[in-house]
Ligand binder design. Structure first.
Ligand code: C2O
Length: 548
């Protein structure tokens, strides 16, 4: 591979959407941010210079960061933030991955405007395991707030209530013609008839799983989270925040001048408020000689599943399978060294005295937890504390590995919904083969939680509805061709089982990729100890590693 250099100047930029102008934090003044392109095996050296008042970190979502955890990015987990006027160079190699990933800010809610695609091409001369596309196009879904998102989350944290929802969804930063004032801010994809396009879909929205569909066209899913899958055709895809999906779009042989809408809107099961609006973009067939006669062609609209269509989601995710062939084997852990069972869901914290709260009741604040522990962000970077053996006062390795008091997770919630606060992590030896069952809870409503693991891909060996049954469910696991990915939706009212080899030493964040749930504490970290051999150890941090 080669080394590719990028420079990210973090600076403010005035941007107008929905007839509302605001100053947002950007990379190089671009919104969405610049596209990073690399090939498998390349080294990326990205110099980030912070010219704004906010503390900044950037995360390369889905990059495995093998023995380069110093470049992973989550604030106070992998690094201290890059402060105003400071610079940090993220330096890492793309090992064994090709497909679509993305980058985003990983501190507070700054990823609402700081995000962009990462296109990882196969090694030179290596073809895709599907028809070579005529053209490749990243489509990155986001959310637009007229308000300042830092103010939105700060206000919610203060009152203990839910944050305000966004004003629009976007495709490549554009809300599209269905919103006020936005006809000119519509994403348009101009296509030739009879060609194959590779759409690289990324869900960078803060708080919503999205359905996506293009009128009168079928999509062929070929890759998720930068891992190839067995191709299958679908009208609609479901994509959670954090996930990426590559689809092939075959254009029709003869539709000169026709326009088809593509639309995305949320999948939501919770009882909370959410933005149920729709972003639309246009698929426009080129016309050999544009004339006025084509102006009145109808605009074809796709039909999306209902907002709460959980069975569509389950069907879609069941179809995702690894290639699991000689060229692209699925190295699913067969024997498990350690089993973990995590409940993931909401909960409460008591409202502080002499304080008015707008939580689930006026004496409580919203919280979210794993095994009833709501994660408190440390004030020093966990990775550095771990590396220098100074965990004292920073974190403890006593996160329960199963619920302390089991209950009917998908039935009536317990009377006491309060959580325990702490910076609790799980520590495991190098090369542990891990099975983790994540069980959604119905506390304050059953919701799908997109859990994202840093530093690894995992195999989704099983999923189901209701309570996980440790006697019966493992017998149904798929250990042959399960999908391999970095972010999985724990089904609303159900569970998911994943497996991975802990072959990457360091400290790896795992959290719900719904930003509101992360803020409420649905997060934890895995400490993976060094192995014995030199190439199984985390090297020391780079010289410019930021200080807290
Ligand atoms: Cu895409 Cu920890 O994040």
């Amino acid at each position: 591979g080669i080394t590719r250099h990028y420079k990210f100047d973090i600076k403010l930029q005035n941007v107008t959407r929905l007839c509302h102008t605001k100053s947002i934090v950007t990379v190089n003044g671009e919104f969405p941010g610049p596209r990073i392109v690399a090939r498998e095996g390349d080294r990326l050296v990205i110099k980030v210079v912070n010219h704004v008042q906010n503390n900044i970190t950037i995360h390369w979502h889905g990059i495995r960061q093998i023995r380069s955890g110093w470049a992973d990015g989550p604030a106070y987990i992998a690094q201290c933030p890059i402060q105003t006027g400071q610079t940090y160079v993220y330096n890492f190699t793309v090992v064994g991955q090709r497909g679509t990933l993305w980058w985003h800010a990983h501190i507070s809610w700054l990823r609402s405007t700081l995000y962009g695609p990462m296109v990882i091409l196969p090694k030179r001369g290596v073809p895709y395991p599907f028809p070579q596309p005529y053209k490749e196009v990243p489509l990155i879904f986001g959310e637009w707030w007229n308000a300042d998102t830092e103010a939105v989350i700060n206000q919610a944290t203060k009152t203990g209530g839910g944050p305000n929802v966004s004003d629009a969804y976007t495709i490549n930063g554009l809300p599209g013609l269905l919103y006020n004032c936005s006809a000119k801010d519509t994403f348009r994809l101009s296509v030739k008839p009879g060609k194959t396009y590779l759409l690289r879909l990324i869900n960078a929205a803060l708080n919503d799983d999205l359905f996506f569909s293009i009128a009168n066209h079928t999509l062929t899913t070929v890759d998720v989270d930068a891992v190839y899958v067995k191709p299958f055709e679908t009208e609609t895809i479901i994509i959670t925040p954090g996930q990426t999906t590559n689809v092939l779009l075959k254009t029709k042989p003869n539709y000169p001048g026709a326009t088809f809408l593509m639309m995305a809107r949320p999948y939501a099961t919770g009882s909370g408020t959410f933005d149920n609006s729709t972003v639309a973009g246009m698929l426009e067939y080129q016309h050999p000689k544009p004339s006025t006669s084509i102006k009145n062609l109808p605009l074809f609209k796709p039909t999306l599943p209902a907002l709460n269509d959980t069975s569509f989601v389950a069907n879609f995710t069941n179809k995702l399978r690894s290639l699991a062939n000689v060229k692209y084997p699925a190295n699913v852990p067969r024997n498990v060294d350690k089993h973990f069972f995590f409940t993931v869901g909401l909960g409460t914290n008591p409202c502080p005295k002499n304080h008015t709260c707008q939580g689930p009741t006026n004496t409580t604040m919203f919280a979210a937890a794993i095994n009833n522990v709501s994660f408190i962000m440390p004030t020093k970077a966990l990775l550095q504390s771990h590396f220098s053996r100074q965990s004292n006062g920073v974190f403890t390795t006593n996160l329960p590995t199963s619920p302390l008091i089991p209950f009917n997770y998908t039935g009536t919630p317990p009377n006491n919904t309060n959580v325990i606060d702490g910076t609790k992590v799980v520590s495991i030896p190098f090369n542990t083969s891990v099975e983790l069952v994540m069980q959604g809870t119905s506390i304050l409503g059953a919701e799908s939680h997109p859990l994202h693991l840093h530093g690894f891909n995992f195999f989704v060996v099983g999923q189901g509805f209701g309570n996980f049954d440790s006697k019966k469910d493992p017998a149904k696991y798929n250990l042959v061709d399960p999908v391999e990915r970095n972010t999985v939706g724990v089904p609303a009212g159900g569970w998911v089982a994943i497996r991975f080899h802990a072959d990457n030493p360091g400290v790896w964040f795992m959290h719900c990729h719904l930003e509101v749930h992360t803020s409420w504490g649905l997060k934890m970290a895995w400490v993976v100890e060094d192995g014995k051999l030199p190439n199984q150890k985390l090297p020391p941090p780079p010289a410019d590693y930021p200080k807290c």
